[in-house]
Design a protein around this ligand. Sequence first.
Ligand SMILES: Cc1cc2nc3c(=O)[nH]c(=O)nc-3n(C[C@H](O)[C@H](O)[C@H](O)COP(=O)(O)O)c2cc1C
Length: 158
Amino acid sequence: MYFSYSGNTREMAQIAKCRTGSDICELVSPEPLPQDLHTLHDNVVDSKLFPKEKMAPLPLPFDPDKYAVFIIGSPLWLGTYPDFFIAYLESIDWRGRKVFPFVSFGGTRGSYYTKIKEICKGASVDLPCEMHSTPYPGEARRFEVWLDKINSFTGNIK
Ligand SMILES: Cc1cc2nc3c(=O)[nH]c(=O)nc-3n(C[C@H](O)[C@H](O)[C@H](O)COP(=O)(O)O)c2cc1C
């Protein structure tokens, strides 16, 4: 499952689906996001500087109890996950599950990995794959190698 604002994470999620044979689900913001990048950026900065009430968990558009292994992709916003994405993740009872996180980012990682391990309490959270939004040579291959680790885990060896 993934969220993507400008398409980079969506592209990675499609590659992940094809290479691992997984189901795929795009999670969207419950409130429409501004189309203008600067407005979005300002809104996200505002919400960090002046946090409102914590969002209640958001129900997922699929039944998470059908799955034991989750590949979770998101862009990094101010070094972490968008608030509504966290709210989706918090609707799952993570105990006994396996999580493979990947992120798309522009150059500053922040504390997202600590955050996802905290959210997915009781799950085994694997090392993340961090893909720079600038497509450096070898990045695509690095992602494929990471996805093949998932295939080894699930036994889905081609
Ligand atoms: C509001 C906002 C905040 C961002 N904050 C960060 C950040 O803290 N660190 C970073 O490396 N990139 C940051 N970026 C860049 C995105 O993570 C990057 O462009 C990513 O590839 C976008 O993925 P997407 O196309 O799937 O939305 C930010 C982008 C936006 C829109």
